[in-house]
Write a protein that binds this ligand. Structure first.
Ligand code: PT1
Length: 285
């Protein structure tokens, strides 16, 4: 394992934007899911979402990932209409307000992806990797959008019930190969691969993936890793609750960058950006 500084042009087209991956970039998470601790009205929710996006952009996020359906283990699905109500007001305001920023829509739904692209979103972030809705690839091709192909086993509701693999690295590798070929065949040009930390995986599976991340590099697509605050950190950190997982998160993402990850998906952009600056300083030495 070692630092790698890409010298040749390493750019990914996402509609009118070029995503520069010559050094690792940060994707900031914007949850457009209702906050159970707040009874704020629609305006307050929109206002705080825009403030959060503004903060993440200032702190160094190149991509903002907007999602209206929780995909953490056990989460209930939401309807098309509900998901649209959550994400569209944010995208419609934020995309023109932050013209330098790349926006991804975290959805597995055709209609949500289509409306998000119509409002100017640049990337579809599909946690089911075309298992749920293969037509997302057609949409991506039609709009010349980027496509994040994530591996998951099962649906969020039940994925942690009894995850099992013959060989998690080989199985995820085969999945990437097959689904990326499907996307390419439909005309998708800009593909990113994400092994889906916590999506139908035990701690052992997650650790095996992270320890062997470079084994997915031969497919020739940039790798994205999202481990921010995830429950795999709980047993590692003596059952630490979600609020206490920031430093563990930074450590996992630093490891992922050392193993070739080009995008890290995070809640805490300021801290992630510091780790990228340190990574870049050492990679350039
Ligand atoms: C991810 C990701 C995502 N994660 C991409 N999109 C979530 N591309 C949502 C837990 O174990 O990694 N990559 N969109 C959030 N999902 C989870 C899953 C949150 C597991 C928490 C856990 O705690």
């Amino acid at each position: 394992m070692g630092y790698s500084l890409q010298t040749e042009a390493d750019q990914l087209r996402c509609r009118d934007k070029m995503l520069d991956l010559s050094t690792p970039v940060i994707m900031g998470v914007l949850n457009a899911t209702p906050d159970s601790f707040s009874d704020g009205g629609k305006f307050n929710q929109l206002d705080s979402a825009l403030k959060q996006i503004s903060l993440m952009v200032e702190e160094g996020a190149s991509i903002i990932d907007v999602g209206g359906e929780s995909t953490r283990p056990g989460a209930d699905p939401v309807s098309d209409e509900e998901e649209l109500n959550r994400v569209m007001p944010i995208l419609e305001r934020a995309i023109p307000q932050f013209p330098e920023t790349i926006f991804s829509i975290d959805t597995t739904k055709y209609k949500v992806a289509q409306k998000a692209l119509d409002s100017g979103a640049h990337i579809i972030n599909d946690i089911s990797g075309l298992q749920k809705e293969p037509r997302l690839a057609d949409l991506c091709a039609e709009y010349d959008a980027g496509y994040i192909l994530m591996h998951s086993q099962g649906d969020p509701q039940t994925m942690q019930d009894d995850p099992s693999y013959d060989d998690v690295i080989a199985d995820v590798h085969r999945f990437f190969e097959k689904q990326a070929a499907l996307a390419k065949g439909k005309g998708v040009e800009s593909i990113l691969l994400d092994p889906g930390i916590g999506f139908g995986k035990t701690l052992e599976h997650n650790l095996a993936i992270l320890a062997n991340l470079e084994k997915f590099s031969d497919l020739g697509y940039p790798l994205l890793v999202g481990a921010s605050r995830k429950s795999m950190l709980s047993p590692i950190l003596n059952d630490r609750e979600v609020e206490g997982r920031l430093i563990g998160t930074v450590a996992i993402h630093y490891h992922a960058m050392m193993k070739g990850a080009k995008i890290i998906r995070v809640h805490d952009v300021h801290e992630a950006n510091d780790s990228v600056l340190v990574y870049n300083a050492l990679a350039g030495y």
